[in-house]
Design a protein. Structure first.
Length: 140
């Protein structure tokens, strides 16, 4: 179930938010899980955009959901980082023009951090700032 927390991911998102980067959650979760999350996770309010497929009736990897999220954030696809654990969503995001990173935690631990999952650096086109410890990998 998606509601298992990943503390390093939350800390990294908070660091990005503190640095002035826009952040969003784009999820294909169902309404029951979403209801639980909205009740339990106050940190969701720190994100600039929350996109829930169950509310829109479209889901990743449909390009329309990526477009909706970018539009709500006020960014072009080439200005956005996209992390996901499913390769089909990564490929869909990349085809849409997002910078992808296939991010996975280990089955034994939810402590993998995005910088450990991705290498190099990502240049934010709007702010010309490097996101510390993060970079996309090209798909195989």
């Amino acid at each position: 179930m998606w509601i298992a927390l990943n503390p390093p991911m939350l800390a990294w998102a908070a660091a990005l938010q503190h640095a002035g980067f826009f952040t969003a959650i784009l999820s294909n979760m169902g309404p029951d899980v979403l209801r639980t999350m909205l009740q339990e996770f106050t940190w969701l309010a720190n994100f600039n955009q929350l996109t829930w497929s169950c509310d829109l009736g479209i889901a990743k990897p449909d390009p329309a959901i990526y477009a909706f999220t970018c539009d709500r954030l006020g960014v072009r696809p080439d200005e956005a980082l996209f992390l996901d654990d499913k390769i089909e969503n990564i490929r869909g995001a990349e085809a849409f023009g997002l910078t992808p990173c296939n991010f996975r935690t280990s089955r034994n631990s939810a402590t993998t951090s995005p910088p450990a999952a991705c290498s190099n650096s990502f240049r934010n086109q709007r702010q010309s700032e490097t996101v510390p410890g993060f970079a996309p990998k090209s798909l195989p």
